[in-house]
Design a protein around this ligand. Sequence first.
Ligand SMILES: C[S@@+](CC[C@H](N)C(=O)[O-])C[C@H]1O[C@@H](n2cnc3c(N)ncnc32)[C@H](O)[C@@H]1O
Length: 351
Amino acid sequence: MPDTTHEVVVADSTDLSFVASSSVQLVVTSPPYPMIAMWDDHFRTRDPAIGRALDAHDGAAAFELMHRDLDRVWAEVHRVLCDGAIACINIGDAVRTLGTRFQLHPNHARILDAGRRLGFEVLPAVLWRKTTNAPNKFMGSGMLPAGAYVTLEHEYILVLRKNGRRLFVAPEAKARRRESAYFWEERNVWFSDVWDLRGARQALAGKDARHRSAAFPFEVAWRLILMHSVRGDTVLDPFLGTGTTVLAAMAAGRNSIGVEIDPAFEAVVRGAAERLKDEANALIRARLAAHEQFVMQREREGRPLGHVNRIHGFPVMTAQEEDLLLEVVDRVDPGSGGRFTVSYRTARAPS
Ligand SMILES: C[S@@+](CC[C@H](N)C(=O)[O-])C[C@H]1O[C@@H](n2cnc3c(N)ncnc32)[C@H](O)[C@@H]1O
């Protein structure tokens, strides 16, 4: 397939005027989480009224003002997405005591509301179960009813769509879609509304940068890209952090644009891009090996698969997988000014 290009831009995503309207096919992102203390300083710099609300222990006002800042980015996301395109927004709710008042701040509901007001269609969300080793499953009043509350063990991946289903009309667009098919057995796991990604590979950035940015695991971005875009599309992350979405787009054969306000992350993304090839290709080989296991299992059960993939020659479950193409990363070329070009070659199926 043709090379893909990737651009990392240091900018404030409330103004994405350098991205043309209706030019992006998928957004995968995770904003700073309102009312989570690690993002307080960030939001205080965005609007002094936020600091005043926090200092006055007015949680409801602080929550709303933080979301108004994010709303400006969602408006830009809506503008740059083309019809039928999807935005996947990873967000967790916040629980917090301000003054004497403890309460949940429902970030996911507030973002869905903003999305609906912008004209997005809300599609079913994914509940992403996070690993928790905490022995105390609840907080509040020990063993005595009432007043305890359950532990938040999940985050959301909200799924918003602009203007109905995406159409693939031209023969070339149809062909790219067929090449971008995923395996039947992957579909059965990925399209569940509960994801348990224990053991997922972390983002490629080092531990310190991941912690500072609250990076999501590589597989979250990668899976969303494979599910909701086709090869050659452009994927945008307006809150790029350590660059996970751009790196996952490189691995998946999509173009990408990542926007990050903190210039310190530029070097982090560049370092991770240099390490991408081995990491990405291990993931693609793992995908092939998992499919091989699935094929062998079905054969052992006397239920062999009924179709053959035309490119790789392995059996597949459905006719839709016959043109499925898997490619590994051949080269990542860092250009100047935050640009990268990635080239690919066809993956070899395990023999
Ligand atoms: C939750 S982190 C994203 C982490 C990312 N998904 C990763 O895997 O590393 C949110 C990021 O958005 C950035 N950010 C916050 N407001 C922004 C804005 N208005 N424009 C661009 N970036 C912003 C923060 O600096 C932070 O790095």
